[in-house]
Design a protein around this ligand. Structure first.
Ligand SMILES: [Zn+2]
Length: 428
């Protein structure tokens, strides 16, 4: 599809790129997933952009040509004593503002080159994710902080792993409070910037950081807990972060032209990578916690557990998916999940508060305690019961850790675990 678009712009490209009026809303063409599953040029409105050439606005600020290096041997990193100094030490080349180029066709801006298509679409996707969290997630605009610096096609090197820059990825990098959209190599059909679901997944990590980690570049519970092994609390936090990012990304697809898409990774991860999309398809109804996975969650350090946060995360996300869909309360549940991230009320503490309460003993931040934050933020009884039943079933959380008064007083007495998953022996 991209090849077709590039050819089409080449034929239109006789007119020079212009510097158009940049006040929002701006009508622009972006690449949007159509109802038949193809990314096609589509007229959209950017509502938050203040500089359409530099692709800056209240949601994001795109920045090109940066070089970011993480090298544990780097003296500058080792001597950094503040998060700001650490972020500065990572940034080896600051790069520059991006410069998008358009052709104005009757008041609609058409990207004049491939990178402009890619960047405008990335900005649009970030704006849609912001809109979801503001309107479905009910997060006040002021809570989103400054526009997110979004490094477009930076050279991002993790020197301890590989001297070559990483490709084919998009990420939220909390030490720099920034997104990175890395260059693509293998994933050419839908580079990640164009896949709205993937951008929403990354945006969800930012929201999780702002709320469940209280905006810390180095979240206290995660840093402290992951410094020892095993690190069950850190493993659970990472699993929630990944799983809920997929759950919200799915939520954003329901507001798109194509409609709800439980397998939104599929347009980027195909062919030899198709298994990645299948493994995280939220509509698979028979995923179960296994004894092996639970053992790893509880008994491995975060480094060793790495990769399995997606497996546990998908269990959480697909359980929530079923509860939301089966009760017809998808958006209500999504809003409740966001509300569960940070809540200072003693009756209904959020994930942030529960992690802080258990800082000195991460073994007390269990799956039951963590999902309990979500359960207490669901007010509708039928939805709460459905959430309880699916989580007990797919995560194999023992019923007595969620049901009962006065403690734990999380799920209604009517809750009974579903029977999709074979019962695991109780944690010993
Ligand atoms: Zn992720």
């Amino acid at each position: 599809m991209l090849r077709t678009v590039i050819a089409a712009t080449a034929t239109l490209g006789l007119a020079a790129g212009c510097a158009p009026d940049t006040s929002a809303p701006v009508k622009v063409q972006a690449l949007v997933l159509s109802s038949n599953g193809e990314y096609v040029p589509q007229e959209v409105e950017l509502k938050t952009v203040t500089d359409i050439v530099g692709l800056k606005g209240t949601v994001a600020d795109l920045h090109g040509g940066a070089r970011i290096v993480y090298d544990s041997q780097d003296q500058d990193l080792q001597t950094a004593t503040t998060p700001e100094a650490f972020a500065n030490a990572l940034l080896k080349g600051a790069g520059h503002d991006v410069k998008a180029s358009y052709i104005d066709q009757d008041g609609i801006l058409w990207p004049a080159d491939f990178h402009t298509w890619n960047m405008v679409t990335a900005y649009y996707n970030l704006e849609r994710a912001f809109d979801y969290f503001q309107n479905v997630g009910n997060i006040p605009a002021a809570d989103f902080k400054d526009p997110v610096k979004t490094y477009y096609f930076p050279e991002f090197v993790i020197a301890d792993i590989d001297k070559d820059p990483l490709v084919d990825n998009a990420l939220y990098f909390s030490p720099m409070a920034s997104f990175m959209v890395l260059p693509f190599d293998q994933l050419q059909r839908a580079p990640l910037a164009i896949n709205a679901g993937i951008i929403a997944h990354e945006y969800s990590h930012r929201v999780f950081n702002l709320k469940a980690y209280n905006g810390a570049p180095f979240p206290e519970a995660l840093s402290l807990w992951s410094s020892s092994s095993p690190s069950p609390g850190a493993n659970i936090l990472k699993s929630l972060d990944e799983g809920l990012a997929d759950f919200h990304a799915y939520g954003t697809t329901c507001r798109s032209i194509k409609g709800c898409d439980t397998r939104f990774l599929g347009t980027s991860f195909e062919g030899e990578y198709a298994q990645i999309a299948a493994n995280r398809d939220l509509a698979v109804t028979n995923r179960c916690m296994t004894a092996a996975l639970r053992n790893q969650l509880l008994n491995q350090g975060l480094g060793e557990f790495s990769g399995k946060e997606y497996e546990v995360g998908t269990l959480i996300a697909s359980a929530l998916y079923q509860a939301g869909e089966n009760t017809g309360q998808r958006e209500v549940l999504m809003r409740s999940v966001v509300a569960a991230y940070n809540d200072s009320s003693p009756q209904t503490p959020g994930l942030y508060q529960l992690a802080q309460q258990n800082l000195n003993d991460q073994s007390r931040f269990t799956l039951a305690v963590a999902v309990g934050a979500i359960i207490t933020h669901v007010t509708d009884l039928r939805l709460k019961e459905a959430v309880c039943n699916e989580l007990m079933d797919h995560l194999q959380i023992p019923r007595d850790l969620l049901v009962g008064t006065p403690n734990p007083n999380l799920c209604p007495a009517s809750s009974t675990p579903g029977t999709t998953c074979p019962a695991l022996p109780t944690e010993g």
